[in-house]
Design a binder for this molecule. Sequence first.
Ligand SMILES: [Zn+2]
Length: 142
Amino acid sequence: MTEVDKSTSSVIAGDFTPYLEAIRNDRISFTRCSTCQTWIWPPTNYCPRCKENSVTWVTLPEGTGGTVFSFIIVRHTTIPEFKDLLPYVLGIVSVDGTDIRLIGRVLCVTDDVAIGDGLAPSFEGERDDPVINWNLARQRTR
Ligand SMILES: [Zn+2]
């Protein structure tokens, strides 16, 4: 078994700061291995595929969207801050150009969403905890 030197990667395992900073600038940023091009999420300082420590942050092109991989409609919550949002759609979103799927709110009428729908990001970067929500953007593929 090869010992991996994790001390020289530019990525700090579990540090989401560059991701959050990208959202504040209306962009999406993930980590990727520059040796084998594997997308890595959540961020870690070595590649789980090729074991190299050549992981770097990559900011996706402006306008990068996603596709609904799966979703649920949330109709009940015990979290007081979310009660005014009910019902809402919580989606698993395949981010275009990557192998990464994010969980996020899909901002739409609950009956309008379907698996395969195209999405455009809606950045809430002004929050203390920036998030990406998603708007329906393209015709359904079904
Ligand atoms: Zn790799």
